[in-house]
Design a protein around this ligand. Structure first.
Ligand SMILES: CC(=O)N[C@H]1[C@@H](OP(=O)(O)O)O[C@H](CO)[C@@H](O)[C@@H]1O
Ligand SMILES: [Mg+2]
Length: 541
């Protein structure tokens, strides 16, 4: 047998403890941490096989991102820093659901299917967030890798974007950057400091932020990072790990509650940057002169950076195709602004970073962002070559573009790198947060969750904007939407929670809430709702 100890180790140390089928979803496997030992062991096994399959190092990140501290999760990172290939998501699901005593057979089947020489060397790069359960789960993953004959490179506590960066750099022989934490910090901070060589203040821009670390790994990363940026950006850091992870703070709290994060003193006029529990998402907040709270989300960031890239691109004279990728959750006002005012083409992708990432590859410069603050910019090789050559020839816009390329972590959304990019654009434009916010006004919007017996009855098309089944539900939605001038609504099954999500937009918050409630009731009625219908009806009463 090719996998001699796999079954014994599983039975003795990491027996399968969950009976129900679990699935490698939008963000890998995620659940209560107590249910994950066997999953991590098995993902260690699978990562080894995937490494043998690709002849490259594979990443394993242990995190449940913005979810509560009692949860945890695992996702694999493919050789070029991208999300695990779809075919391997299927293998992951098969392996995790197999009984303990058939693990060796299932592994062999995967190896046969993919034509893998399992005697080959394998390297797995493991990282984890600050959750108390993460160390224990790391041990399970490491045991998996070693039992399958692979070698482990343990990065310890690290942000999700940095593991993506290190996997990329390790596999391309250092072309993208030096494959270490220090290499990452150096690369992005040097570019940032250089771009503001003329001075940190400019017009209404002040180089000062409040940083909300969500009590997670982003806070630790920022503590190290400030040493590299010196006076270029003055940061006051909060939620550094003294409180509960993601609790009343962080990017997800800010986005879903549309409130100033707990643990950060309110200061009018100063930008507050919130990251999530693994630092791949970012939100900006500020309080204006009249004391009003304002949130600047992924759509605001996307339009700001795409507009700036567009400007540099046309000033440089380079003929490269720039585009923005959003999802159906993008605020309609942001799409209209970027398309009509700035003339940047927009594509809509399905929810989940891998879909946006893929869609962004059709552009020379592809900006992608989810409204919840997860996103980055990708440059094609041709774009990189053209920009660097023009920069060498002292084309000043191309020099700026080249600097911006070094700030950006192209491998995945990265809160710290995205923050530096936003700060760079605001600095270049001489804008305050209010100026940025005034570019366009968000349409009021509302998200709701509906529990149903089986969320897979909801299927969609057209980047999730149209519901195909249950038959008739879309007709109902259309009818409801037509009752509001300029309304928009859609429904889809969540990929990370056992619920159906409802999204609505309309000219006023009151109408938006009304539309959301009506659509949620339609889902409840036509898709097998299990919750309390009256509770839906009285949601915003
Ligand atoms: C509406 C929304 O915010 N959905 C989130 C959420 O996906 P769902 O499939 O909607 O549960 O989690 C994903 C993974 O973190 C993230 O990519 C996505 O944006
Ligand atoms: Mg995250």
């Amino acid at each position: 047998m090719t996998f001699p100890k796999v079954v014994t180790v599983a039975k003795e140390q990491y027996p399968k403890s969950v009976k129900k089928e679990i699935k490698y979803g939008t963000a890998g496997f995620r659940s209560n941490a107590a249910e994950l030992d066997f999953v991590l062991y098995r993902m260690g096994l699978l990562a080894t096989l995937r490494s043998q399959d690709t002849g490259a190092a594979i990443g394993v990140m242990i995190t449940a991102s913005h979810n509560p501290v009692a949860d945890n999760g695992v996702k694999l990172v493919d050789p070029a820093g991208e999300m695990l290939a779809a075919a391997w998501e299927v293998h992951a699901t098969t392996l995790v659901n197999a009984p303990d005593d058939s693990l060796d057979v299932v592994l062999q089947e995967i190896a046969n299917k993919a034509g893998i020489d399992v005697g080959k060397k394998a390297m797995v790069i493991v990282g984890r967030d600050t959750r108390p359960s993460s160390e224990h789960l790391r041990n399970a993953a490491v045991t998996g890798v070693e039992t399958a004959g692979g070698q482990v490179w343990d990065l310890g506590i690290i942000t999700t974007p940095v593991i993506h960066y290190i996997v990329t750099c390790h596999n391309d022989g250092g072309k993208y950057g030096e494959p270490t934490m220090e290499g990452y910090y150096q690369k992005i901070s040097k570019a940032f400091v250089k771009l503001r060589a003329d001075g940190a203040s400019n017009g209404k821009y002040e180089p000062e932020i409040l940083f909300d670390g969500a009590n997670g790994v982003g806070a630790l990363a920022m503590e190290e990072f400030v040493g590299h940026i010196g006076k270029a950006l003055n940061t006051t850091r909060y939620n550094k790990g003294d409180g509960i992870l993601n609790h009343m703070c962080g990017a997800d709290f800010v986005k879903t509650q549309q409130r100033w994060p707990g643990g950060v003193p309110e200061q009018a006029g100063i930008r507050c940057v919130s990251v999530d529990g693994d630092a791949d998402r970012i939100m900006y907040s500020f309080i204006d002169a009249s004391g009003k709270y304002l949130m600047l989300d992924g759509d605001k960031i996307a339009t700001l950076v795409a507009g700036y890239l567009q400007e540099l691109l046309s000033a440089s004279g380079l003929k490269l195709k720039l585009g923005l990728v959003q999802t159906a959750y993008a605020n309609g006002a942001s799409t209209e602004y970027i398309q009509k005012k700035l003339g940047v083409p927009v594509s809509c992708a399905k929810t989940g970073v891998k879909h946006l990432h893929h869609e962004a590859q059709q552009y020379d410069i592809g900006v992608y962002f989810e409204a919840n603050g997860h996103g980055t910019v990708m440059f094609s090789q041709a774009a990189k070559d053209a920009i660097r050559a023009a920069a060498q020839a002292k084309n000043s816009s191309a020099e700026k573009l080249s600097g911006v390329m070094d700030i950006i972590n192209e491998t995945v959304g990265d809160a710290i790198s995205d923050m530096l990019f936003v700060e760079t654009v605001l600095h270049a434009r001489g804008w305050s947060a209010a100026d940025w916010n005034n570019a366009y006004t968000d349409l009021p919007n509302r998200q709701m969750k509906v529990t149903v017996a089986d969320r897979s009855v909801i299927t969609t098309t057209d980047a999730e904007r149209v519901c195909v089944t249950p038959v008739g539900l879309q007709d109902t939605i259309n009818k409801l939407v037509s009752g509001f001038s300029k309304g928009r609504a859609f429904v889809r099954a969540s990929g990370t929670e056992d619920i159906v999500r409802v999204y609505a937009e309309a000219p006023t918050q009151e109408e938006t809430d009304k539309l959301a409630v009506q659509v949620a009731c339609a889902v409840h009625d036509q898709a097998g709702g299990t919750g309390d219908r009256n509770a839906i009806l009285s949601s915003f009463a």
